[in-house]
Ligand binder design. Structure first.
Ligand code: KIV
Length: 263
């Protein structure tokens, strides 16, 4: 695979080429996903649940993200690799800079942080130091207590306007990519069309520039209730490789997520 850079992702946004992204946490899956042509991989703090078996992302430590980022980078040397800064690892600028350094030194191209206005100063400080930052708004799992659970965000007009304003402010502060999670498809469309940076959606309809899924959801190995937007691509594909091909194709052609998988 060619080396994927932020310029490439911007180019795809400008030329309306949709791209697929997926979480990965280890060498073998990262290699498989990269070999199938997935251009963007996220070492998400979802590993707190999918790998560590916790009930939320809150127990994840920076050293966990470092460990998994190193493994994923070895398996996928050319993908654009995004890694999460976990809960409370960026509550102030100095701490954010220190922890970002560890994650970038582990092989990530970009770090992802959850939240709105309160991140502006931190984003500016990171961007001034040439760090690529991805924002994450809408349903932000690190705030699930504050949000009273894992619910669709931005359904009411005021909440939707707040998310639009936050997206603008984060872009102005210097983020180079944005993840929008669990928001109405029309709101995601509006945000995507009004920002000049790539917007990746999860549970946000098909009008974002990219889509991301947690690999266990995509492969149908998440036990219990899965979110409305998650689709098991393995069930009709016969192999993991075919499931990934199908995911990439459906994202590129705006077939996934259709209305059945959107809010
Ligand atoms: O941690 C994660 O896997 C994520 C995705 C759900 C976007 O943040």
């Amino acid at each position: 695979m060619e080396n994927i850079t932020i310029s490439k992702l911007n180019y795809w946004k400008v030329h309306k080429k949709k791209f697929a992204a997926i979480t990965a946490y280890d060498f073998s899956f990262a290699k498989l996903f990269s070999n199938q042509g997935v251009p963007v991989i996220l070492v998400g703090d979802s590993l707190g649940m999918t790998i560590q078996g916790n009930s939320s992302t809150l127990p994840v430590k920076v050293k966990d993200i470092e460990y998994h980022t190193k493994a994923v980078r070895k398996g996928a040397p050319n993908v654009f690799l995004l890694s999460d800064l976990p809960f409370m690892s960026y509550y102030e600028t100095k701490i954010a800079l220190k922890n970002t350094a560890k994650i970038i030194q582990s092989g990530a191209n970009m770090i992802k942080i959850e939240g709105g206005k309160w991140l502006i100063k931190i984003i500016k400080e990171l961007s001034e130091r040439s760090i690529l930052v991805c924002g994450h708004i809408g349903l932000t799992p690190q705030s699930f207590n504050y949000l009273s659970g894992y619910k669709v965000q931005g359904k009411e007009k005021n909440d939707a306007n707040k998310l639009i304003e936050e997206a603008f402010l984060l872009e102005e502060a210097g983020i180079k990519m944005l993840v929008v999670e669990c928001i109405p498809a029309l709101l995601a469309k509006q945000i995507t069309e009004n920002l000049s940076i790539p917007v990746i959606g999860i549970g946000a309809g098909s009008n974002t520039n990219g889509q991301i899924l947690v690999m266990q959801d995509l492969l149908g190995i998440t036990e219990g209730k899965t979110p409305k937007f998650s689709k098991n691509f393995l069930s009709e594909s016969g192999s993991i490789q075919n499931a990934i091909q199908r995911y990439i194709k459906e994202v590129k052609n705006s077939l996934y997520p259709n209305n059945m998988y959107s809010y």
